[in-house]
Write a protein that binds this ligand. Structure first.
Ligand code: FAD
Ligand code: DHB
Length: 387
């Protein structure tokens, strides 16, 4: 039987950032991760860090490589009818975002954790939560041995398919599935743009993003259950050139994957001594680049509440955890749904909906008030908004 203060399930961004913040507060934790280190370090996902997410990583002492290699972006381009329109984050909000891959964030956090010697177990099998309302514990199998970890508190940071969410009784689930997915690709080629391009096109949405001066990231709206194998390199480049209306440089495609799009929230995000964070509690469609940032925002709130709990026995923060987080979560849900609705082709959306999309885009690029709404949500609403 092992013992710790906080048992953390999952070594994605939520679990790893929480572990780091607790370590800085002198609070013990054990992180249990189902996959291997290599797997979690190479799982290609998000790339946009909100202003405050980047600041938090730097303040937590894991921002050195991000500062050196991350790309500061002070705006994005919205493109429709083949014409680009810049949304100037710096002028509208005085804030920016940082392009730095989730893979790199995860690598930096794992390196820091291993260096500090704090426990992080990879390839933990059969992870199960027990007695979350009373004396919580987590059972698991590591190196062929059955183990039990007793904890004061459990943080369920195990993503959408994890075991923590089902351990919360009486959940209310809010969900919307979209009738399309995103084909994401990573290509070894210099970006053909300095800033991200979000493009609306009659053939569907396209996004030009990047990871470094020699690595580009692209997304194409596709069928929800599309087989990446049906997308040859030639088809991908043709489609990107058409939808982005750009003279695009091409290069070897090194990764290809399809993500179905959904909005999903559970309420509450806590029960007894179990607290859910990140994708375990909510999913946004990726058009607003919010998923990773919400995960970090949740654990920022949780770490502060746990600091009070362990330092003084004050549980006000823990009691308010779910309500505090959900205020930001629902704002991000709305923003992500709104960006998705404005930029994608909906199968039944010909005619009236297309006219509305066009009008909304014209308003966003033509009105400073509307552009500011997009900009302040994209760079991230500060802690004054929620926790
Ligand atoms: P995760 O990153 O999912 O981490 C959860 C961890 O828990 C994983 O390491 C998992 O292996 C582990 N785990 C699961 N079950 C167990 C268990 N039983 N026991 C122990 N460990 C367990 N967001 C964007 O903003 N832009 C994007 O382009 C984008 N693309 C995405 C593509 C995909 C395919 C997916 C799934 C997500 C994408 N996201 C994107 C969302 C973003 O990556 C997530 O919001 C972010 O990873 C959330 O972090 P997390 O730590 O909450 O969850
Ligand atoms: C990236 C992903 C997003 O979902 C987004 O909105 C912008 C950029 C990316 O992976 O670079």
């Amino acid at each position: 039987m092992e013992r710790t203060q906080v048992g953390i399930v999952g070594a994605g961004p939520a679990g790893l950032v929480l572990g780091r913040l607790l370590e800085l507060e002198g609070i013990e934790s054990v992180i249990l991760e189902a996959r291997s280190r290599d797997y979690v370090e190479h799982r290609i996902r998000a790339g946009v860090l909100e202003h405050d997410t980047a600041e938090l990583l730097a303040e937590a002492g894991v921002g050195e490589r991000m500062r050196a290699e991350g790309l500061v972006h002070e705006g994005i381009e919205l493109r429709y009818g083949g014409v680009g329109h810049r949304i100037d984050f710096d002028a509208l909000t005085g804030r920016h975002v940082v392009l730095y891959g989730q893979t790199e964030v995860v690598k930096d956090l794992i390196a820091a954790r291993l260096e500090s010697g704090a426990p992080l177990v990879f390839e933990a099998a059969d992870v199960a939560l027990h007695d979350v309302a009373g004396e919580p514990s987590i059972s698991y199998v590591a190196d062929g041995e059955e183990r039990v970890l007793r904890c004061d508190v459990i943080a369920g940071c195990d993503g959408f398919h994890g075991v923590s969410r089902p351990a919360v009784p009486d959940l209310t689930v809010w969900e919307r599935e979209y009738p399309f997915g995103w084909l994401g690709i990573l290509a070894e080629v210099a970006p053909s743009t300095e800033e991200l391009i979000y493009a609306r096109h009659e053939r569907g949405f396209a996004l030009h993003s990047m990871r470094s001066p020699v690595l580009s990231r692209f997304y194409l709206q596709c069928e929800r259950d599309a087989d990446p194998g049906d997308w040859t390199d030639e088809r991908i480049w043709d489609e990107l050139r058409t939808r982005l209306a750009l003279d695009l440089a091409s290069g070897p495609i090194v990764e290809k994957g399809v993500t179905p799009m959904r909005s999903f929230v559970v309420e509450p995000m806590q029960s007894g001594r179990l607290f859910l964070a990140g994708d375990a509690a909510h999913i946004v469609p990726p058009t607003g680049a919010k998923g990773l940032n919400l995960a970090v925002a949740d654990v920022r709130v949780l770490a502060a509440a746990l600091r009070d709990h362990f330092a003084t026995g004050d549980d006000a923060g823990l009691r308010a955890y779910s309500d505090t987080c959900l205020r930001r979560v629902w704002r991000a849900e709305h923003f992500s749904w709104w960006m998705t609705s404005m930029l994608h082709r909906f199968p039944d959306g010909a005619g009236f909906e297309e006219k509305l999309q066009r009008s909304q885009l014209e308003y966003v690029v033509g009105s400073e008030a509307a552009a500011t709404t997009l900009a302040e949500n994209y760079v991230g609403l500060g802690t004054a908004w929620a926790g």
